[in-house]
Design a binder for this molecule. Structure first.
Ligand code: FAD
Length: 273
């Protein structure tokens, strides 16, 4: 089966929703057949080797584009609007984050009328249901997916979502069931460190998740964040709490000091280990 062609979409608007998060609303007639139930799924933004956003006119036959994954925060097929929330990690005002790649750079400068190729969507990333207690953990790259998940939980759901943000001003208002508490933690590990894994193990995000009083009944877990923090969380949920694959979704969404290409390679090695 041939791969579906990416859609060329146009930026309709951008908005700095918090200091380190840029909302980009994309539009285009080709969204007419975009799956309406793809909230929490992801698309792949496509860039040229020099970091410029690709379009139908600039894509080159036989040349693999640079691709970056972003969660479908909202999709309104009737209005032909796809909303992405892109973390800014490397812009001048962001605390600690030293560098950025093509996607982070594009998020900063994209403006209405700009065009970009968008692949996907890939499968939705939903917390396993039903469960007696829902535990969601993630950083700002996972915030769009956690927000989508919280909006899709049953109204009587109980649980907690632990979300790490760069600064207190990055806290957002999210619709969620009354029985689900959102605990915001401010990233405490932005400065360089020699041992990434040790720092991740000790991070506030990981420690807050490990300190959740384990409830009785069936617990479902959803976690996505930086690679080393993902490993710390996976070790705990899998080895200490005995959760299996159908009780949790856990993924690393990026990796400290590595481009996404290098991150994918580390993920592969990690999965094989
Ligand atoms: C399924 C999936 C869904 C995702 N959804 C979202 C989303 O909705 N919103 C979102 O913002 N991100 C999301 N991400 C994460 C995003 O794809 C990565 O952050 C990506 O690496 C950014 O690409 P880049 O071109 O900016 O940087 P890259 O070229 O990949 O990396 C360049 C440098 O930036 C660093 N870097 C990358 N990401 C971050 C970060 N978040 N903080 C600090 N430094 C970073 C790298 O370590 C590297 O040093 C998702 C990832 C996956 C796998």
């Amino acid at each position: 089966m041939s791969k579906p062609q990416p859609r060329e979409l146009m930026v309709e608007s951008t908005q700095r929703i918090t200091p380190n998060m840029q909302r980009v609303v994309l539009t285009g007639e080709s969204l007419a057949d975009f799956p309406a139930d793809s909230k929490s799924g992801y698309v792949k933004l496509q860039f040229a080797a020099d970091g410029a956003p690709l379009t139908l006119a600039t894509q080159e036959e036989g040349v693999k584009p640079t691709m970056r994954s972003y969660t479908v925060r909202e999709i309104d097929v009737a209005a032909r609007k796809l909303t992405l929330d892109m973390m800014l990690h490397g812009h001048s005002e962001s605390a600690g984050a030293a560098n950025s790649g093509p996607a982070g750079q594009w998020a900063e400068v994209a403006k209405a009328g700009d065009r970009i190729l968008v692949g996907g969507p890939g499968p939705t990333k939903l917390i396993p249901q039903p469960a007696d207690y829902y535990l969601l953990v993630g950083d700002m790259t996972a915030l769009p997916a956690i927000a989508g998940n919280l909006e899709l939980l049953p109204a009587d759901a109980k649980g907690v979502a632990i979300i790490e943000v760069v600064s207190a001003d990055d806290v957002q208002t999210i619709d969620c069931p009354e029985g689900v508490h959102i605990e915001w933690v401010i990233a405490d590990d932005l400065a360089p460190a020699a041992d990434h894994q040790a720092r991740a193990d000790a991070s506030l995000l990981v420690q807050t998740a490990l300190n959740v009083a384990w409830p009785a009944g069936k617990v479902a877990v959803w976690a996505a964040c930086e690679f080393h923090k993902m490993r710390a969380l996976r070790r705990y949920f899998r080895n200490e709490k005995g959760l299996s694959g159908d009780e949790m979704y856990i993924s690393s969404y990026w990796m400290l000091d590595r481009t996404d290409e290098q991150h994918k390679q580390s993920k592969k090695t990690d999965a094989e280990a």
